[in-house]
Design a protein. Structure first.
Length: 268
């Protein structure tokens, strides 16, 4: 188990975790990454993200923002608020479902809409926001009852669906569960559990998408944003993927270049 604690932005957290994966020969069971201020960015973190994004694009992999959008459609939220996000199944997904990467669906689709075992259609993201708003109207709100499981049909945001996903040994759905908590100072804590995380291709985009989802929920219910924790039960700094067929040397160079950027002074 490895813990990356208290990093101040997505990019810095990604970089420290990537360094640890290199030291561990590219594979860590139970990698836990905490990002204290998930939405924070500065010129250095932007430069690190750009470096990773350039590498991914050069190797015919999904860009960071595209990965993030599979978790939370930020453009839709900016354009039309939560109502437009909830229209994702009809307004966005039909245009991208033919892509091979989306053959199982997207997390944004499962958060916006879910068909229960009895055939009833629910909107998990809307339900969890309504539940949290209701609790926050009380003098003593419950702090730990907001699971976006992706199990309980009425209350959780279910990302893992056994009937659909049990035959997916790798690929497909890897984010299994999102847990939300109200912190002691009325901040929103988020913890995401991954069964398997491709760290180079997906982790930075995962952090960005989760941070956007967290910020959306916090804004909708009137909370500040607290820490984001991402627990990958298996994290892999993968080799030999994409058009470029990169190797360990390429990974080492990318991480070293990002490390050099992280040591640059941040403009005042």
């Amino acid at each position: 188990m490895e813990c990356v604690h208290g990093k101040t932005s997505q990019a810095y957290a990604w970089l420290e975790a990537a360094e640890r994966l290199l030291l561990a020969r590219d594979r860590i069971y139970n990698l836990v990454v905490e990002i204290e201020t998930p939405g924070a960015v500065d010129d250095v973190s932007k430069a690190i993200e750009k470096k990773v994004d350039t590498f991914l694009r050069r190797n015919d992999c999904l860009p960071v923002n595209t990965v993030a959008d599979t978790i939370f459609p930020a453009t839709e939220y900016k354009a039309g608020g939560i109502e437009q996000v909830l229209r994702y199944p009809t307004d966005v997904y039909p245009h991208i479902k033919s892509l091979n990467a989306n053959r199982w669906g997207t997390y944004a689709l499962r958060l916006a809409e879910r068909t229960c075992s009895d055939g009833k259609i629910i909107k998990p993201l809307e339900l969890v926001i309504d539940k949290m708003r209701s609790q926050l109207s009380n003098k003593s709100p419950q702090r730990a009852v907001y699971e976006l499981d992706l199990g309980l049909e009425p209350m959780e945001l279910k990302l893992y669906e056994a009937e659909k996903d049990h035959n997916n040994p790798r690929g497909g759905q890897c984010l299994s569960h999102i847990s939300l908590k109200i912190g002691p100072n009325r901040e929103l804590y988020m913890t995401a559990l991954y069964r398997y995380q491709y760290f180079l291709q997906k982790a930075l985009g995962n952090y960005k998408g989760l941070a956007r989802l967290q910020a959306c929920i916090a804004r909708e219910v009137g909370l500040s944003v607290g820490p984001l924790v991402c627990h990958a039960t298996l994290a892999l700094l993968e080799e030999g993927e994409g058009k470029g067929r990169w190797n360990r040397g390429d990974l080492e160079r990318l991480v070293a270049e990002c490390k050099q950027l992280s040591q640059s002074p941040v403009p005042a």
